[in-house]
Design a protein around this ligand. Sequence first.
Ligand code: PLP
Ligand code: COI
Length: 353
Amino acid sequence: MNIAITKTTTPKVMPPEEKLGFGKVFSDHMLRVDWDVENGWHDARIEPFGPISIHPASTVLHYGAEIFEGLKAYRRADGGIQLFRPMENIRRMNNSAARMCLPTMDEADMLELLETFVRLEERFVPHSFGTSLYLRPFLFGNDESLGVHTVKHATFMLIASPSGSYYAEGINPVRIMIEADDVRAVRGGTGEAKCGGNYAASTRAGERAVQKGYTQVLWLDGVERKYIEEVGAMNVMFRIDDIIVTPALTGSILPGITRKSCVEVLRDLGYKVEERLLSLEELVSAMKDGRLKEAFGCGTAAVVSPIGRLSYRDEEYIVNNEQIGEVTQKLYDILTGIQWGKRPDTYGWVHPL
Ligand code: PLP
Ligand code: COI
């Protein structure tokens, strides 16, 4: 792929690493590739980071034709840089595109775009453990007319943000509210696609949770409101007795790459992992009987995040005395060890640059 590069003449100063939040500051450049029906993908270019111009009738502004991904470039202990399972993000991006009638891209081309961009922005990959350069590829429909139909023009972009912890809590347990009213997704809908609309629809419940002192909501299935699905920005796992239970991928939750990796690591550690329907009723009775030993979320931005409190309607349950549990800690250590290059990667997951 031919990628035209125009470098910035005003390089930014990297903020102090201990002050990095999540997604607040951006690197020097952005990448863009255009697509249209006649020419396919063309004009790949990296330019100085800045505002983009968009037609007021553009499809994305009216009908929400937008998908995205999230992955990180990690600074290894030896100073090198690596990605974590980037092909998984690339494939999921193409699956999301297909769901939203947006164009897919050749996997090798997308990888080349990611690699070229990260190499150029190398100095923005922070050095402290736990920090990373968060990469945000996104793709939107860009027809300049108001008809509702499959788009004939689209734009792929990639931006990058040097980031620290996603939650203010860091590795400390978060408080999660089980959402009783709003739903995030239904089977047959767009729940398993990473499209912007899923997040827009989630905001109201998320905001109510924050007002009540919780970090995010835990969604129930959209049909019966009976089964546990996922949290706002992460998949969930529960240690009930000594079995790790995580909701099965039924089509309405995001097939998380961290989830998939956690399942493999846990099984290798000898834990029994069940991917199945988990009802709220079963979870509540496990909490009441003291059989819920640990609960945690997992995702790229959130890494592995212990859940210390769960509430449903007016009941609140404390999990593991609001301490990080043994399995959660072990998983956190192994996964972050591999991602930040502190441990050997026996899985072939890391992708050094
Ligand atoms: N579920 C939702 C709704 C998310 O936004 C994310 C974050 O990407 C995840 C789950 C976890 O997915 P992954 O581990 O691929 O980052
Ligand atoms: C991620 O983990 O990459 C996410 O997309 C979470 C989020 C900020 C929406």
